[in-house]
Design a binder for this molecule. Sequence first.
Ligand SMILES: Nc1ncnc2c1ncn2[C@@H]1O[C@H](COP(=O)(O)OP(=O)(O)OP(=O)(O)O)[C@@H](O)[C@H]1O
Ligand SMILES: [Mg+2]
Length: 166
Amino acid sequence: MSAADEAPLRVEPHSIYPLVEGIVKEKIPIFSLQKLKLELRAQDEIAKSASAQLDRKEFERVLSNVLDNSAEASYQGLSVLVGVSVEGSDIKIEIKDQGQGIPKSILNQIGKVQVSSKSDVSKTGSGSGIGLFHAVQTIEKLNGRFSIESKVGIGTKVTIHLPLSK
Ligand SMILES: Nc1ncnc2c1ncn2[C@@H]1O[C@H](COP(=O)(O)OP(=O)(O)OP(=O)(O)O)[C@@H](O)[C@H]1O
Ligand SMILES: [Mg+2]
């Protein structure tokens, strides 16, 4: 099992954009298979070279889960946009989809308990609702913030803030 609080994080400074780019590249085949576009943008050169203190494996897992959620909620032909920017003393990573959106009943519980709208929990382990629970716990342990805005029928935006490392 993989609750974020089981093992201590291995926190080191990492350049964020290349990490995000690596995960995005890894996901492109899955997105293509579903006829979805996945785009990555950096606000500017400063955003491209910004670093934050994080545990690489756990951060990659967070991003991977968030992108999987967006792919699962999206319809053919739609796009998912990933943006990296610097905002004050934070680096901001935004993942925006145009998918089905999250009902309020689920949205209110995200990060507090494991919650899932998927029913096939049994065999694959997918749909355990651990994805966002882990994401919130991990980002908060890194002194960052994880937030979700979502509207049913419009889409979902996940925003991750992490303090810039100097
Ligand atoms: N981008 C999104 N669009 C629509 N619904 C979403 C999105 N992200 C999350 N959700 C909703 O939030 C629920 C919880 O997400 P979470 O990633 O924690 O669990 P899961 O995807 O159901 O299971 P797991 O990630 O453990 O396989 C999902 O079941 C889904 O209903
Ligand atoms: Mg998930």
